[in-house]
Design a protein around this ligand. Sequence first.
Ligand SMILES: Nc1ncnc2c1ncn2[C@@H]1O[C@H](COP(=O)(O)OP(=O)(O)OP(=O)(O)O)[C@@H](O)[C@H]1O
Ligand SMILES: [Mg+2]
Length: 216
Amino acid sequence: MEGGIPEGHMVLVCGSAGTMKSTLAYYVLYHEILEGDYNGLYITLEQSKSNLLTHMEGMGMNSSAVEGRLDILDLSQMRREILTEGQDMWMDFLSHLIQLIQRVESCKLVVLDSLNALYSLVNFQNPRNELFLFFEKFRDLGTTTFFIAESVSDAITCGEYGLEDFMCDGIIRLTMRNQGEGFSRYIRCVKMRSSRLDTSFFPLLVTETGFKIIQK
Ligand SMILES: Nc1ncnc2c1ncn2[C@@H]1O[C@H](COP(=O)(O)OP(=O)(O)OP(=O)(O)O)[C@@H](O)[C@H]1O
Ligand SMILES: [Mg+2]
């Protein structure tokens, strides 16, 4: 990928359970913030903040190094409340979410984990229109945004509705394949608007010093 993900892009990070979607998205956010002079926000709708931080610390990412610059917004409790109170609150929830992001000073990077958890809050009447409005709200924010999407490894589309694949600027797919007794991890950039790409699967290694992508 020529020089990485262009600023302001909306990128789907998809894969099945345990393929390291959350870790990869957090890793990018963490290192960009560590090395840059801007802030970022990780929005979690399912995994609690403490659970997420414990995992990331275990992966070698020390949260105190980005304290005050990488915020984690834990909406798992709010999601539970919305699910019990009824789904009419979706538009309120969405507006509130956008306001929360706008309140983070110099926020250039956002991760939303996950789209599937967000969808559980709403009965879409017309997914094409409603998802379009949803993604446009994020595009208007101007941040580089990673949307995590759960998908089975052989699914043709990455988003739950398939529409997300077209509405987003980029798609990164993570997979695991059996290899002898164990398994190997792979990463593939399926699409990245305005970048020339090699769309093959590349081995993804998890090392003591972070992720490594093995070039052919
Ligand atoms: N210290 C570690 N070193 C290497 N791999 C680890 C370590 N700790 C956990 N893992 C791996 O990380 C995986 C979980 O990563 P992560 O939560 O990012 O995946 P995910 O794709 O977001 O999962 P989910 O679909 O459940 O949200 C575990 O399944 C485990 O295999
Ligand atoms: Mg996850």
